[in-house]
Design a protein around this ligand. Structure first.
Ligand code: ATP
Length: 453
């Protein structure tokens, strides 16, 4: 069967990710571990740039948000109070013919009944709830008393530390607490590369407010989050704010949006933005017996704040960035013959390497020395890469393929050998347009910094 262009595109993306060191299968030499992935040298830079930019926009650029970093293991009581122990489940169905374990929504519904998407078999069990939390034991005994879970979301640490953070930060409503960290879900069918993983990272903000502000803040945060994705290079027309119908959202929610992106494998959720009312804090207040109320100095009232939650997946955003950046165009090779050029058109802000520096020839000591001097000049400001091997065109291609937005070439003119006026100038090449300009070395940090941010 011929694969669709989107499926082929996705295959090329997965293969590029491995070939160039963005993403590898976890434990690969042992056959992997389903739903787990490792980020290689370039993937970790991309992911870090994304998280740093989120932190910058959500925490550093605002007066009304502070950060925290909670533990992954928490008291089991947290997961009882939050409702996860009883209700954090997906309906699961078993196929008695091929033994596949399926999420109920993957079962094919046909006129003649339900069908297994794997083998076409019709002998399927009734759906039953499967809890997605990974169990573990804390301490030397493995029994009910030591049982807890790997956190399935980062948000609960924020709710249970609400009072401590309120006291130390002395913030007034509305204000937020932000966190980035790992989360774990024993997904029934991990799939679509890193999209549905069993171990992943979240970037979550809990923005606390008065009840009457909730609905307005939900719209505000939805817009802020859409802008965020645009600012990292995902065009608005590929983003969709889906209003989640009441019957699909949690009973306590007074409005939920899914921000979706057009992945090659379909339109899928990147982030959820939900107005969760005072449900979470009230649950923990009731279960712990500790007050999680806010005291309003002006009105002298005490109440449990409401919360709006933008909850984003780091790995899904990284995958969207790679899918969006991946492109093929035509460019001349060394001999002027047109060939297919593979380019990752990352926004310079999140590109793993910002600038590559090349001496024209590796066996000409003054060129090499000058190029290394430029690397030292740029290094304090950005992630740079030095490359002296192979023809210059091939070096450009290697950088295009990993999304490096700028390339600087040191040639004989830089040394002032041909024209004294060109001494200490270099060629600056832009990845997408492949345009080259001549710029003074001393201006490089300023020019590049202005184009990166
Ligand atoms: P889905 O419906 O796709 O399972 P969800 O609605 O359960 O996702 P939330 O609980 O709202 O997801 O989690 C917030 C965010 O965390 C999601 O928008 C997504 O970006 C990320 N996320 C959730 N589950 C996974 C997963 N298994 N792998 C990677 N990222 C995930």
């Amino acid at each position: 069967m011929n694969k669709s262009p989107d499926a082929q595109r996705m295959e090329k993306i997965v293969s590029l990710c491995k070939r160039r060191g963005f993403i590898f299968q976890s434990s690969e030499i042992y056959g992997g571990l389903s739903g787990c992935w490792d980020y290689g040298p370039l993937g970790v830079e991309l992911k870090r740039n994304l998280k740093n930019y989120w932190w910058h926009v959500i925490v550093h650029e605002r007066d009304d948000v502070v950060g925290m970093d909670g533990s992954i293991l928490m008291n089991r009581a947290v997961w009882k109070a939050s409702g996860h122990e009883d209700t954090f489940t997906d309906p699961m169905v078993d196929c008695r013919s091929c033994k596949a374990r399926l999420r109920a929504d993957q079962v094919i519904e046909k006129k003649g009944g339900r069908q297994c998407p794997n083998c076409g078999g019709k002998d399927l069990t009734e759906p039953r709830p499967f809890n997605l939390m990974f169990k573990t034991y804390v301490g030397a005994t493995e029994d009910e008393s030591s049982l807890t879970y790997l956190r399935p979301e980062t948000a609960q640490a924020i709710f249970v530390q609400f009072k401590n953070i309120l006291e130390v930060s002395r913030k007034k409503l509305p204000f937020g607490i932000a966190q980035i960290g790992k989360a774990f879900r024993n997904e029934i069918n991990p799939r679509n590369f890193t999209f549905r993983s069993r171990e992943f990272e979240q970037m979550e903000l809990e923005y606390f407010c008065r009840a009457e502000e909730g609905t307005k803040l939900l719209d505000y945060w939805l817009e802020e989050r859409l802008k965020f994705y645009e600012n990292i290079g995902i065009p608005r027309e590929k983003l969709h704010a889906r209003k989640v119908p009441d019957e699909e959202s949690a009973f306590y929610s007074k409005g939920t949006y899914d921000i979706e992106y057009d992945f090659p494998f379909g339109r899928q959720e990147l982030e959820g933005v939900a107005y969760r009312t005072d449900y979470d804090l009230s649950q923990h207040q009731n279960a712990s017996g500790k007050s999680l109320e806010y005291f309003d100095e002006e009105t002298k009232q005490r109440f449990v704040p409401h919360v709006v939650e933008p909850s984003a997946g780091v790995d899904r955003a990284v995958l969207a960035l790679i899918c969006e950046a991946y492109s093929e165009d035509e460019a001349p090779d060394e001999k002027g013959k047109m060939e297919t050029r593979l380019v990752l058109r990352f926004h310079p802000r999140i590109a793993p390497i910002k600038c590559a520096v090349f001496p024209l020839l590796k066996n000409k000591e003054p060129l090499v020395a000058k190029a290394k001097e430029i690397v030292d000049l740029l290094r304090p400001h950005m992630n740079v890469f030095y490359d002296e091997s192979g023809a210059i065109g091939r070096r450009y291609r290697r950088q295009d393929e990993i999304g490096t937005p700028f390339g600087v070439t040191v040639d004989f003119e830089t040394l002032g050998e041909k024209d004294a006026a060109l001494r200490d100038t270099v060629t600056l090449r832009e990845r997408d347009s492949m345009k080259q300009e001549r710029v003074p070395v001393k201006d490089l940090p300023r020019i590049l910094l202005s184009r990166i941010s």
